[in-house]
Design a protein around this ligand. Structure first.
Ligand code: AMP
Ligand code: MG
Length: 332
């Protein structure tokens, strides 16, 4: 009898611990040209399989280089697409508008002409740049239900926004599967569900753009997304000794040169964070701070090319800032 009581007690303890935190499962995935890690508490392998399949399914809709909704649209100029593609493109267009075209999903002809799609880098001359800039204008993109139509000769690429959106979809899938604690790292884009199983915030590292193998600072988040755009992520050094990065300023057709080395956006929505990280990298710190002051939706950490760190006052910095040239930006 005593043995039975003990066994029941043990079983209850196991149920209790698995309810409060659950076992941690980790899954590595290579997709969308990047390494991803899903660390999920309280899920089973089948739910992780579903998440992995969903990444593959969404990648096969959004890729600009493989057979996908987007490559079909780029070839045909107008195409019927899946609901997710229509949702992502129309969502991204709102951020193109909000940022005055600093984000422009039709800047692809320049991204590829500079060589960022193939690695065959070149510095185009100004005539070649102007010619391609004629094709860059997000206001000519139409989304009518499931049909997207581009302006004549235009091409789009969702590289600036797709990972944030995919992160949102994965969080939704995992939450529907009952997950209340998870951290997803999609190639440096970090998306979290709830907090750590012990109730404390997730600790997310922001890289030092000047030494990308080292962390600059650690922020605490729960149920949030932390997305960085940086000049160290993809760039080449020209014969002129200058560094050219993969984010193009749609107003010049040249790699952005706004004085930002990296910008991290923290918020609830992955698509928003991914869109703003790219757009505000182009706009520069001043415009980024004025947009932040007008909005309640996000916080940010900017590292300037002269190594100053600007941190908005809603960021929960968990690491020591002494020794860094850091300034906290307030709303006033
Ligand atoms: P991210 O790493 O999210 O900042 O996205 C950068 C990628 O977005 C680049 O590799 C390009 O494919 C694409 N891109 C570059 N400049 C822009 C821009 N101004 N607007 C939209 N997409 C861009
Ligand atoms: Mg982005």
């Amino acid at each position: 009898m005593k043995k039975l009581a003990l066994a029941l007690l043990l079983a209850a303890a196991v149920v209790l611990t698995s309810c409060s935190s659950g076992k941690m499962l980790e899954r590595d995935v290579f997709a969308m040209d990047t390494f991803m890690t899903l660390r999920v508490y309280g899920a089973d392998e089948a739910l992780l399989d579903a998440a992995e399949n969903e990444i593959g399914r969404l990648e096969s809709l959004f890729s600009a280089t493989r057979e996908s909704d987007i490559s079909r649209l780029n070839t045909e100029g107008s195409a019927e697409v899946s609901p997710e593609t229509a949702e992502l493109v129309s969502g991204a267009l709102e951020y193109c508008e909000l940022t005055g075209g600093a984000l422009d999903i039709s800047v692809y002809p320049l991204v590829s002409f500079w060589g960022f799609t193939t690695g065959n880098y070149q510095i185009p001359d100004s005539g070649e740049i102007s010619e391609r800039l004629e094709l860059v204008d997000y206001t000519k993109i139409r989304v009518d239900g499931s049909r997207i139509t581009l302006g004549e000769g235009m091409n789009i690429d969702l590289g600036a926004v797709a990972k944030g959106y995919v992160g949102d979809r994965l969080c939704e899938l995992l939450r529907q599967g009952g997950v209340t604690s998870a951290v997803l790292n999609l190639g440096g884009n970090v998306q979290t569900i709830g907090s750590k199983p012990d109730g404390s915030d997730w600790r997310v590292a922001i890289k030092d753009p000047f030494k990308p193998d080292e962390n600059l600072l650690i922020v605490g988040v729960s149920d949030s997304t932390v997305i960085t755009s940086g000049d160290y992520e993809r760039y080449f050094v020209g014969d002129d000794g200058k560094r050219y990065c993969h984010i193009i300023d749609p107003s010049t057709g040249r790699p952005a040169d706004s004085g930002i080395a990296s910008i991290t956006i923290i918020g609830k929505n992955g698509l928003m964070c991914d869109s703003l990280s790219t757009a505000l990298f182009v706009s520069g710190a001043e415009r980024a701070i004025s947009l932040w002051r007008e909005s309640e939706d996000f916080e940010m950490v900017i590292v300037t090319t002269n190594k100053k760190i600007l941190i908005t006052d809603g960021v929960d910095v968990l690491s020591d800032l002494s020794g860094l040239d850091a300034e906290v930006i307030s709303r006033e």
